[in-house]
Design a protein around this ligand. Sequence first.
Ligand SMILES: *Cc1c(COP(=O)(O)O)cnc(C)c1O
Ligand code: SF4
Length: 345
Amino acid sequence: MSPTQIATRPDWRLEIQRAYTKPELLLANLGLNPEQFQADCKARSLFPMRVPRPFAQLMQQGNRDDPLLLQVLPRTQEFDKTEGYTDDPLGEISDNVLTDEVGGLLHKYRSRVLLIVKGGCAVNCRYCFRRHFPYQEVRFSQHELQQTVNYLNRHPEVNEVILSGGDPLMASDAQLKSIVEQLASVTSLKRVRIHSRLPVVIPSRLTQQLKELLVSTRLKPILVIHANHGNELSDTLEQHLNDYNRAGILLLNQSVLLAGINDSSAALSRLSERLFDANVLPYYLHQLDKVSGAAHFEVSDQRAQQIWQEMNHALPGFLVPKLVRELAGEQSKTPIMPAGPVSIT
Ligand SMILES: *Cc1c(COP(=O)(O)O)cnc(C)c1O
Ligand code: SF4
């Protein structure tokens, strides 16, 4: 590779290459003894470990229960078989959604479609509902994009396209620009929304080019980041998000409720406050999807409702996310907020 190529490769791409893939190395750099995690490390065979360094830098030295570490470190519990937990909790593989009419397009909800523009992620989250997803089958090139545009022209009830994955921000800014420009030609579309965890794990992914392409389209841009804990909102991330917000991009967050990581009103209230510092509004708090290998992260609906009620008392309404579950075959996410006061026993 020539020196100029190295110089022009964006910083975030280098961070993806430099990510930790060996638990032993991550643990040692956190001042933890890898020998105490030997059984855990075997769970890499179920789902590879992948942890970008900027995310690892937010973990506390010497803390084996660090809420960021627990989201990404392989654990022996992932080998447990649990009733009700499957490889395809949302029926996405069995519905054959990827080989349907248009590759990579999911049209489950009336007014918006989801496009799987990129298979992989920068980080592998152990609770991921797509940990068994056949990503190698995902192709989203010019052909799929043209088919998507044709599909959208035949479906004027769709006014919003959600770029998803994997992680859509694994695509280059040039690819994203081409996608957004062609989508903008569909007159019935009003919004383009990106769902991504990349900004949280590698803040430098929020490049100036990405910001410019999002604010220069006629479509209203929305960026939904995926942060689960207040410690994920670094000052660097906050600066990037403030910059995007000033440019006119609506910023939202969605989280997954995770046992041992954020399952308290105190942790989630702090997350909401940190999000607001960065001009991000909480959108959804998801109950875990029942994917095999993730049962140890489960929080019961009753406990979830209790936590939500406590947040509702502690925060202004705009900092309380909607508590929802995704059920295969439903027309929308299913709200599970309590209708009235929850008795706290
Ligand atoms: C979650 C999801 C959406 C978006 O739902 P919103 O309630 O608009 O955030 C759209 N399509 C699919 C397939 C989804 O899973
Ligand atoms: S970033 Fe999202 S899609 Fe990727 S592994 Fe994590 S939870 Fe799954």
